[in-house]
Design a protein around this ligand. Structure first.
Ligand code: NAD
Length: 423
């Protein structure tokens, strides 16, 4: 994960996550021995992967798989390809997955994998050999009942297909449930592409209902117009909310009468995937976009967008975090004092991991669900999770973010106590 620098301060979203974990752990007076278990990953595997490059030379790549927790079930979490991959980062991201799976009640622990490489400089053949070599090296630690990887930064359905193929060859049996985020023809799930944005919409709808906000009279600004941002914008618009601002890397676009999201998506598709040149809104900076007069703000681009430097200027009543880590922990108190409600990332964007769970379930059943069934079940999971967090916030008198961590930590800690440790 990138460490961003704003006004001289270095932000690290993983430290932000840990500081919230600490607050929640204190609030529930987490048993110190369970605390020790939860701050350490259960298992770390590092493999050196020698690959023949297209020019005939051999390069050795470092790959990791970290299983932070398997208390609630097999660990689950993506594999990323990036030069910034370090073991520390993978360890922290694996812990993040433990809380995300637990808060929505998935029977999974947290895991994460990564290979330090620059996929942009590699050919498809080199990437395939690297991916297959990683799958072979990890074949004893991953598996449908052990640890189920998925795509993350710079990996997608193609890499997942190679991993299923390699793993299945090694085990001598076709095993699609070893991984999620597969192509549809290899056991991927209907609804997976829209799942995260859909979960953001359901979280937003639940929060609006608790706060007595009428969708028809509400406005929303969405930062980021990729998979999560564009789909969240489309589905929140369908609730009757007016989307007055959208943005991507090219900048922000503001129209107080409302932006037609379907039109913006079509524009982006025709325009090489960017909003550059979009005329249905006045061009503004991404910083100004966050500070617009709006009822709802959905940061769905990247980490550390709301920090102590701009939190005071945020005018939204409700923030629904589509991205991972868009708010740094030093902004939390400022937002609380302003009375701004935040549906945190580990809850709001957990629709993706929920449908990944459904993909695994379908693979194990040997059956395909319709998109309608996937959506109905995922919506129910997200709604229940929100209600659970809301109740925890009332009980512990804390914001929804800390309540989400409380719900997640309690589930893992209570189960860990029942399972016990070596005595
Ligand atoms: P994506 O690459 O599809 O889209 C990212 C969008 O953000 C693009 O529109 C890009 O132009 C824009 N962007 C990048 N830098 C920006 C900036 N400085 N200001 C404004 N916009 C900027 O990525 P995605 O899959 O939509 O993921 C977005 C966020 O959601 C990430 O934090 C990701 O970790 C998180 N997330 C994604 C999923 C998923 O299923 N895709 C699940 C959970 C969390």
């Amino acid at each position: 994960m990138t460490v961003s620098k704003k006004n001289g301060k270095v932000y690290n979203p993983l430290e932000s996550m840990m500081s919230r974990f600490e607050i929640a752990a204190k609030k529930i007076q987490l048993d110190p021995s369970i605390y020790q278990v939860l701050i350490n990953p259960a298992r770390i595997v590092t493999a050196n992967l020698p690959i023949q490059m297209d020019d005939g030379t051999v390069k050795v790549f470092e790959g990791h798989r970290v299983q932070h927790s398997q208390t609630l079930g097999p660990s689950k979490g993506g594999i990323r390809y990036s030069m910034s991959v370090t073991l520390d980062e993978v360890k922290a991201l694996a812990a993040w997955m433990t809380w995300k799976c637990a808060v929505v009640g998935m029977p999974f622990g947290g895991g994460k994998g990564g290979i330090k490489c620059d996929p942009r400089t590699m050919s498809k053949g080199e990437l395939e050999r690297l991916t297959r070599s990683y799958a072979a090296a990890m074949s004893d630690v991953i598996g449908p009942d052990k640890d189920i990887p998925a795509p993350d930064m710079n990996t997608g359905p193609q890499e997942m297909a190679w991993i299923v193929d390699e793993y299945s060859k090694i085990k001598g049996a076709f095993t699609p449930a070893v991984i999620t985020g597969k192509p549809l023809t290899m056991g991927g799930s209907a609804g997976r592409v829209e799942a995260t944005g859909r979960g953001v919409m359901v979280s937003c709808r639940s929060a609006m209902s608790k706060l007595g906000m009428n969708p028809q009279e509400s406005t929303c600004v969405v930062q980021g117009f990729g998979n999560v941002g564009s789909i969240s914008a489309k589905l929140i618009e369908m609730l009757g909310v007016t989307i007055i601002g959208i943005s991507d890397i090219s900048g922000g676009y503001y129209n107080k009468k409302g932006i037609d999201i379907e039109k913006a998506i079509k524009f982006k598709e025709r325009n090489n995937g960017t909003l550059e040149g979009f005329k249905d809104g006045r061009k503004i900076s991404n910083d100004k976009l966050l500070e617009l007069e709006t009822d709802i703000l959905v940061p769905a681009a990247m980490e550390d967008q709301i920090t102590r430097n701009n939190a005071d200027k945020i005018k939204a009543k409700l923030i629904v975090e589509g991205a991972n880590g868009p708010t740094s922990s030093d902004a939390d108190d400022i937002l609380d004092k302003k009375g701004i409600y935040v549906v945190p990332d580990i809850l709001a964007n957990a629709g993706g991991v929920t449908v990944s769970y459904f993909e695994w379930v379908q693979n194990r059943l040997g059956y395909h669900w319709t998109e309608e069934r996937v959506n109905r079940r995922a919506d129910r999971v997200m709604k229940q999770a929100f209600n659970e967090v809301y109740a925890a916030a009332q009980k512990h008198r804390c914001n929804w973010r800390i309540a989400s961590y409380i719900v997640a930590i309690k589930k893992v800690a209570d189960t860990q106590k029942l399972r016990g440790v070596y005595g």
